[in-house]
Design a protein around this ligand. Structure first.
Ligand code: ADP
Length: 338
């Protein structure tokens, strides 16, 4: 598909360049032959009048005409030269138009590829709970002796699968919201302590299930940002820190600032991230193998890509440092005023 589009675009580029070049050549040809004709006529005129003055020839001899074959010869030469120039332009611009068309289409191709991958990943993630749901219902329908207790158990399991799909669709909606370049977030003065407090409330339940202690230290800083998005971002980082921590572990949220920036970090003592995984963890649907296999932690690999989109939207930065089996520190950096 892109090969065809590239050739088409090359054709359009060439059409524009060659139209300009041919038009320019026609003008040059027209003007130069006119100028040449005028020059030759002037020359003939001057020649005739000089001969008359010098009275070398008899007076009844006709004036010396200018030689038309000289003009024709010159016209032919100009036309040939212009033809060669145009051929050169055609070859050169053809090659550069093909190269430029490739360059123009490259980012579009990349976005389309990404979109295709995104759709296929999202469908794949949706298919897993849907398949589980379908097979559970089918098995139950075939069971003639299904009693109320078993039916309730089945519905409970169905509900879990529905919850997974709901959470995936929520993730996808949040991601598309923050990746929408048209989105304009309102900014207000936000106290970091309040945003952290709200993120702690949001993750309280899962932290208590694993009996994880969370400490918040450092100063309370005021910054100009969007409160809801900052809370959402902190919640994702805290949620991950809890998910990838061992039971009874501890997490530290610390805040510091200098004259222009505020630094909020979330550190855990959990499973950590391998150096080879680090460059990819912010990619959509990326999950390190260790999270998929060993620990069986639930997730879709969308949290950090949402976190990155929020940080970008808030004109901030998100960095990570991690060591396997030692823990991870995610740091957010924001300007105090935007
Ligand atoms: P999810 O947690 O749903 O898998 P994320 O996008 O939030 O998706 O994270 C991507 C991957 O980065 C995770 O699968 C995990 O491998 C790794 N990761 C993120 N946060 C942490 C953390 N605090 N500790 C260890 N690994 C983490």
């Amino acid at each position: 598909m892109f090969k065809k589009a590239r050739l088409k675009l090359t054709g359009w580029y060439l059409l524009i360049i060659m139209s300009v070049s041919i038009l320019f050549s026609l003008i040059v040809y027209q003007e130069s032959t006119l100028e040449l004709g005028r020059g030759l006529r002037m020359q003939a005129l001057r020649f005739n009048s000089r001969e008359r003055v010098m009275e070398i020839t008899s007076t009844n001899q006709p004036p010396h005409p200018f030689d038309i074959s000289v003009l024709e010869e010159a016209q032919k030469r100009i036309a040939m030269q212009l033809l060669f120039i145009n051929l050169g332009i055609l070859i050169l611009s053809g090659l550069s138009a093909y190269f430029l068309a490739g360059k123009t289409l490259k980012p579009i191709e990349k976005v389309l590829d990404e979109q295709k991958r995104f759709i296929s990943d999202a469908s794949h993630e949706l298919r897993t709970p849907l398949t589980a749901l379908k097979s559970e219902i089918e098995v139950a329908l075939r069971d003639k002796k299904l009693n109320l207790k078993e039916a309730q158990k089945l519905l409970q399991s169905n509900l879990e699968e529905v919850d997974k799909m709901q959470s995936l669709s929520n993730y996808l909606l949040t991601l598309s919201r923050y990746q929408n370049t048209q989105l304009k977030l309102d900014h207000e003065i936000v106290k970091t302590s309040e945003a952290i407090q709200q993120a702690l409330i949001n993750t309280k339940k899962i932290a208590s299930i694993k009996n994880i202690k969370i400490f918040s230290k450092g100063k309370d800083v005021e910054l100009e940002t969007n409160y809801v998005s900052l809370v959402e971002l902190l919640t994702i980082l805290l949620d991950n820190a809890i998910k990838y921590s061992r039971k009874e572990g501890s997490i530290i949220i610390s805040t510091k600032s200098d004259k222009r920036k505020v630094y909020i970090s979330v550190s855990d003592e959990g499973i950590g991230i391998k150096a080879s995984d680090l460059p990819y963890i912010f990619n959509r649907f990326y999950r390190a193998d260790i999270s998929r296999n060993k620990t069986q932690v639930e997730g879709y690999g969308l949290g950090l890509s949402i976190a990155k989109s929020i940080a970008d939207m808030l004109k901030g930065k998100i960095t990570v440092e991690s060591r396997p089996n030692k823990g991870s520190t995610f740091q957010l950096i924001f300007s105090l005023r935007v």
